[in-house]
Structure formats: structure tokens, C-alpha cells
Write a protein that binds this ligand. Structure first.
Ligand code: PMV
Length: 320
């Protein structure tokens, strides 16, 4: 059977950094994200008894690096004893560069694989399975503003606010292309084991989550901006203080932050966030998107700009 699903990446405003259980991939902290509309990953999964091995093609090229994680995801969704799969992926943004490509890829794979295997699973079960492959992927099963709760034994996500109830814009400044040096799982473990700030990071997360939840409920952009920037800089401080240090930023990343500060000084409704990569995501009020886009595009060293509104949950496109 063959099924195709599409999912959008999500960007965390209150970050997931650290695992409570490596085996089950359970996060040590809750997180809140926004699902994007204009960036996507489409996954077509075909289960075929005649195949002897799983295959993956991304945008027309064979991809061996992602294959082990993909096969593990298929084992989880379909079962360990299963036909091999031919997987064809299409993605309209750079992969493995801190743009949450694994979130949309595993969310779409989970939905497509479940349907290809003839399993009818609810969204909570799909989010649990996607979250086992990539923690942040669980959030792409939900649209708008989504919260991944900090639970002891399962992955639980809910929508705090739909995309059309607070339609913010996102401008992404690409400062570097190519895959990141350290994957997020390895980097999280280094932080957990060595960062002197890690325990405090985990301890204070519930306060940040509550502040962000309140800001979203009240559509209070200033409050959301302040807590999201604080939480992002705190996560990177945890990384920087790790041994060895984990630094995803480059000099252009820093310059983009200065651009955002200048825009804020001029009264624009905008704030930044940065994930496990050097790209800067500027979240803004729709009326300021052109100004934010132009200022980031004019920032020295910025390679490219992407823009997106907020979008909806991962979904099935076709099954045959
Ligand atoms: O889900 P992973 O393993 O790709 O980790 C995501 C980590 C961050 O992007 C830095 C934060 C987040 O909550 O998305």
C-alpha cells in the first residue's frame, strides 16, 4: 500500500532541550511552538513485499544518511516485522540546518506510514509515534500554537491557539547552508551531562511555559516576545557552558540579532528565536513583515530569506 502525507515544520518559542528518557525519547521539559504554513515536507511511503531494503530519495536524490532514522521510524509505526519501504520525500527548504526539517519529515512519515500500513490511529497516537523519532515532530501533528507537555511516561501535545486566531508571520534569515556539526540528540546529552546551567534550565521551564501560555491566551505580543527571547538565550547559554561547548551561531547570526534589536527600537513588533543551527527566525506582527524582511535581507552575510505564516497540522494527501 502507498500513502502520501504532508507536514510543516514548527518553531519552538519555549524550547525543548534535554531528554528525561533517551530510550523512549521523552523530553525533560515542556515546549511551545508555532507550526509554519509555507515550508513543507511531503513524504510518500510505499510498503512493498518485493523490496529487500528500505530506500529514501529526497528531492530526487538518494539519501543514505537519514535512512537509519527513517527505518527506525517505520519500525515504530508499522511494526518491526514489516515489508520494506520505498520512501520519496519532497521538501522546499534546506534540510538539517536548524530549520526543523526533522520535525516535518518525521511527522509526515508517521502519518503516511500509518495509512500505508492500513492503521487508523488518532492524532494523539500519531504524535506519540512521531515524537519517538524526533521530539519536536510530535508538535507538527498539531497546527497553530502547540504545547508539548512535560509528562513522565508519554508524549502529549495540545493546541493552545489555532493559526487563524493569532496569525503571526515568520521571517527566516539563512546565515549558512549545509548540515549542522552536532545533531540535537547528541548535543542535548552533552548539555545534560556537563552544563552547570542544565538543572536550572529544567527547573525554571514551567515558569516560562506559564508566561508564554498567558501571553498567547491574551494575544500579548510584547510578553510573548520577552519570554521567547529569554528562553532561547537561556537554552543557548546551557549549550555554550557545556563541555565541549556547543555553539550553533556564527557571526551573521549575531548580526541578525542586532538587526532585530534595531527594528524593535524603531517600534516594530518582532522578536527572534534560534534553534540547533545558525539561522535566525524573526517572529513578527503581519503589518511589520515587509520591514523585518527588508532589514534582515540587508544584514551583511545573510544568504537567503524565507517567509511564512502560521499553518495547520500534518495531514494525509493521498492513499492508494
Ligand atoms: O526534536 P529535535 O531532536 O530535532 O530537537 C529540537 C531542538 C530545538 O529545535 C533546539 C528546540 C525545539 O523545541 O524545537
Amino acid at each position: 500500500m502507498r500513502a502520501t502525507a504532508i507536514a510543516q515544520p514548527n518553531i519552538a518559542l519555549i524550547k525543548y532541550w534535554g531528554k528525561r528518557d533517551l530510550e523512549r525519547n521523552l523530553p525533560a521539559v515542556g515546549s511551545i511552538s508555532i507550526t509554519l504554513r509555507d515550508l513543507f515536507t511531503e513524504m510518500q511511503v510505499e510498503l512493498d513485499e518485493r523490496l529487500t531494503a528500505d530506500t529514501l530519495a529526497v528531492n530526487g536524490s538518494v539519501d543514505e544518511t537519514m535512512l537509519p532514522r527513517l527505518s527506525a521510524c517505520l519500525d515504530l509505526v508499522v511494526g518491526r516485522v514489516r515489508p520494506r519501504a520505498s520512501v520519496v520525500s519532497r521538501c522546499n527548504f534546506p534540510v538539517a540546518a536548524g530549520l526543523a526539517s526533522s520535525a516535518s519529515a518525521f511527522a509526515a512519515t508517521t502519518v503516511a506510514a500509518a495509512h500505508a500500513a492500513g492503521k487508523s490511529l488518532g492524532v494523539a497516537a500519531l504524535a506519540n509515534l512521531a515524537g519517538r523519532s524526533s521530539g519536536s515532530a510530535a508538535r507538527s501533528l498539531y497546527g497553530g500554537f502547540a504545547e508539548l507537555e512535560n509528562r513522565e511516561s508519554e508524549i502529549a501535545v495540545s493546541t493552545l491557539c489555532e493559526s487563524d486566531q493569532w496569525p503571526l508571520s515568520v521571517v527566516i534569515a539563512i546565515t549558512e547552508t549545509g548540515p549542522k556539526a552536532v545533531g540535537s540528540t547528541e548535543a542535548m546529552e552533552i548539555s545534560r551531562k556537563t552544563s552547570p546551567f542544565y538543572a536550572n534550565w529544567v527547573e525554571r521551564q514551567d515558569d516560562d511555559l506559564q508566561t508564554a501560555r498567558d501571553a498567547i491566551r491574551q494575544r500579548d505580543f510584547e510578553q510573548l516576545a520577552a519570554i521567547a527571547e529569554h528562553n532561547c538565550l537561556k537554552m543557548h547559554s546551557v549549550m555554550w557552558a557545556s563541555r565541549p561547548p556547543i555553539v550553533y551561531w556564527n557571526s551573521v547570526t549575531m548580526r541578525c540579532l542586532q538587526t532585530v534589536r534595531k527594528l524593535q527600537g524603531g517600534g516594530a513588533g518582532v522578536f527572534f528565536t534560534i534553534d540547533a543551527g545558525p539561522q535566525v527566525k524573526a517572529i513578527c506582527l503581519p503589518e511589520h513583515v515587509q520591514e523585518v524582511r527588508a532589514a534582515l535581507a540587508a544584514t551583511e552575510g545573510v544568504i537567503d530569506i524565507m517567509e511564512s505564516g502560521l499553518g495547520d497540522a500534518a495531514r494525509l494527501v493521498e492513499v492508494s
